[in-house]
Design a protein around this ligand. Sequence first.
Ligand SMILES: NC(=O)c1ccc[n+]([C@@H]2O[C@H](COP(=O)([O-])OP(=O)(O)OC[C@H]3O[C@@H](n4cnc5c(N)ncnc54)[C@H](OP(=O)(O)O)[C@@H]3O)[C@@H](O)[C@H]2O)c1
Length: 218
Amino acid sequence: MKISLLGGTGDIAEGLVLRWSQAGHEIYIGSRSEEKAQGIAAEYIEKLKELGIEPKIHGMENAQAAKHSEVIIISIPPEYAASTIKACADNITDQIVVTPVVSMKKEGKTFLFDPPSQGSSAAEINEVLPSTAKLVSAYHNLPATGLAKIDEELDYDVVICGDDEDAKAVVTKLTEEMKNLRVLDAGPLDVSPMIEAITPLIVSLNIRLKKHFSIKFV
Ligand SMILES: NC(=O)c1ccc[n+]([C@@H]2O[C@H](COP(=O)([O-])OP(=O)(O)OC[C@H]3O[C@@H](n4cnc5c(N)ncnc54)[C@H](OP(=O)(O)O)[C@@H]3O)[C@@H](O)[C@H]2O)c1
């Protein structure tokens, strides 16, 4: 598939770019700066070639990246996600859009869920997307560092939600191409606040207990 990552130069995007390249997908890394996107694309291409993989990765500005793709990942900090989508509005039509966005605040060593007034970052993002786009909430609880180590098998669950069953099926397939990740479909987009709220709990536990937890339902 053709997959674009807005803010694809950042932390959570790295593992997704590397692992989906490994699975043979064509990747469009988006950025506010074409030059930065091309630099990161070159870095990932080199890394993958060393592993014997011939990737198809392109770097460009966010709006161009969105235009090229069938699936768009919003890998942008929460406070800039909606404005970035608005800036790409002309190139977002009926694509599948995936949000891993979580809004948190830090109090001492503890992270707390700090959702926007809409109740979740997914709801905030849904407000600015055209009604033809299909939003899926996913990947909030995955650690960027583990994801980027592509030889590591991630024995985690990925809880997703969204209102479009076909879009969730595509995201499930893409996710389960990353070895050992299991998708659990939790239902409609309204579930997203509960999924997003797990992330600050995981981050706080990791800080307190010096662990690298994600989640697994057994
Ligand atoms: N990191 C994790 O472990 C993790 C896990 C699960 C979910 N998430 C979620 O994934 C999203 C991305 O997280 P991240 O850790 O990858 O973030 P990040 O590395 O801090 O930032 C990602 C990219 O966002 C772009 N960006 C920064 N400031 C911006 C602005 N003012 N306007 C537009 N774009 C801007 C930058 O790209 P350019 O400079 O190239 O434009 C940057 O590389 C967040 O919403 C986070 O909640 C993160």
